[in-house]
Design a protein around this ligand. Sequence first.
Ligand code: FDA
Length: 305
Amino acid sequence: MEQLMRNFFLFLSKNKTLTKLAKKYGFKFGASRFVAGVDIDHAAKKIREINDNGYVVTIDHLGEFIDNEKEARENAEECIHAIVVIDEQNLDSQVSLKLTSMGLDVSEELVMENMRSILDAGKKHNVTVTIDMEDYVNHRRTLDIFMELKKDYENLGTVLQAYLYETEDDITELNEYDPYLRLVKGAYKESPEVAYPVKKDVDENYKKIIKKNLENGNYTAIATHDEAIIEYVKQLENELSLSRDQFEFQMLFGIRKDLQERLMKEGYKMRVYVPYGDDWFAYNMRRLAERPANVMFVLKGVFKK
Ligand code: FDA
């Protein structure tokens, strides 16, 4: 039953019509459970609050199914604006983005142009930018673009997904770029031809790639709410005599706040991923797929006055 619900929410997350309707009819349907607000002003207030409580942040201006140049350029402008606001308000935040929201489905030229403008702004304002990893169809293109840009920009990171068979090789391939890598389990529906279908195998591969990336000496962001994985990282900290400036934990806004607080109080760097914007539907559906029990939180949001 749970698997059926997961598949259902992942199916909804790919639905362009619902995404557009949700955008048009506003920030409702429980969106605020996982999303910080409709614009950077709302998000900036949230970041300030989160920073004041002892956490660092990465913000993500939500944007999915972008299939035209105009919207891709607007998204890039929004990211640049966010970078300026982060600097002006002295917020401790990175910026995360999806290459499809920068025009990956329009042309690679457009993505490169948008990314270079954003990374130039990041350089100027001392803000790190990370590229999220999307569906497998975009996996290779994302890594190629990352490697190309990394030649010119220090302030760039990306994400690798433990559910893909290829990820261990990706860690080896990226090593020469001294990458800043965010390691996650993976949130999309993928075929067993490219991704481990069983959670136990995803978890084992996750541990393997975390260890490998740390042994390579690359800064590692472990982005998970899974306590068993977090315990494993704490063991590695001893085993590999890691210093705490070699890695950090990351979690999504609105999820496992108790665990976020515990790790922060134990002295770990804890980064909260804070999405904002009106294009919240697909993001929220992926969160429901991860944990169908969240549907109750979302329904409460719908009926809340
Ligand atoms: P797992 O799914 O095993 O969950 C472990 C426990 O965490 C659950 O038992 C539950 O307690 C809690 N939990 C997990 N998800 C929850 C939810 N939605 N609501 C409530 N509780 C929940 N993916 C991707 O494909 N590309 C990307 O670029 C990113 N980026 C990214 C950034 C950051 C900072 C994070 C934390 C995650 C991502 N992800 C992602 C999502 C990631 O791939 C994965 O889908 C989620 O983190 C859920 O997996 P967990 O590692 O938490 O483990």
